[in-house]
Design a protein around this ligand. Sequence first.
Ligand SMILES: *Cc1c(COP(=O)(O)O)cnc(C)c1O
Length: 351
Amino acid sequence: MPHTAQQFASDNYAGICPEAWDAMAQANRGHAPAYGDDPWTDAAADAFRRLFDTDCEVFFAFNGTAANSLALAALCQSYHSVICSSSAHVETDECGAPEFFSNGSKLLVAQTADGKLTPQAVRALATSRSDIHFPKTRAVTITQPTETGQVYTIAEIEALSATCRELGLRLHMDGARFANACATLGCSPAAMTWQAGVDVLCFGGTKNGMGVGEAILFFDRALAQDFDYRCKQAGQLASKMRFLAAPWVGLLDSGAWVRNAAHANACAQRVAQRVADLPGIGLMFPVEANAVFLQAPESVLAGLRERGWRFYTFIGGGARFMFAWDADPDRVEALIADIRAAALAEDLVPA
Ligand SMILES: *Cc1c(COP(=O)(O)O)cnc(C)c1O
């Protein structure tokens, strides 16, 4: 099968990083008990507890939609509601799975520019209704970094969690790119989560260098009651669980999780810095993680497509470029050169 040149349309176009792959190969030596009753699953859960410096409950799922949906379902009854931002993956990209797995908990959407929720937005939605006819607000979900690549500061998370506590809400974090946020802030995973008041985290493995898999961490262990049954019922209990668990051991114990993310972030920074001066080109959002959203005339986007680049334009018509753990510096340079060429060619066209 031929390899195609790297594209930056999505960070899940990338393959599996060596640390995750090696751990899979080790787990593949011989047999092991099924359904998580194996040494790799224990080792992965322990690696998370060490990394987060707390005795959390750890579960593994195949993908982020399941992780988010089941985590939110664990926080809610069917008559509850969950506050999220208008660009949240749970709202825009999970086909109603959070509502489905919670048997109907409603998502309450706050309109935000950069995908970040604020205490004010949470308070406004949570207090807008308190009558029996409206679903009772129960949880808040934030995406760190957001779908457009903004990173909540620890102070912002603390302010949100304080509002949640005051209003009796639980705080969930969709960390599909959690490692990228850690790399940006240079803080410990603990500081960004349970120490800041996050109750449940979905930690993304797929976009961090694994082939498949996400981890769900309950910092409040009581919230994890019967979560194993919830996973099984949803088709998320892997019988050969060691292959979902082992790559985490490779990623976490080697430090690859944060190295991978830092590399991806650096590539995004590089592109942002090298195209910001171009006529007609703008950054739609500050570049704080591994995403670059370019605002550019349609003719420039067409020029990029002609030069062979793939990208999505589903947010505001701008071009999204996402950098993965293995972004090839030469391809990043080629992208920069082509963005420059396309923009400057456009600039030469007489008005
Ligand atoms: C990729 C992603 C997920 C997980 O998506 P799946 O395709 O279900 O694995 C969740 N949240 C965000 C913000 C994402 O970008």
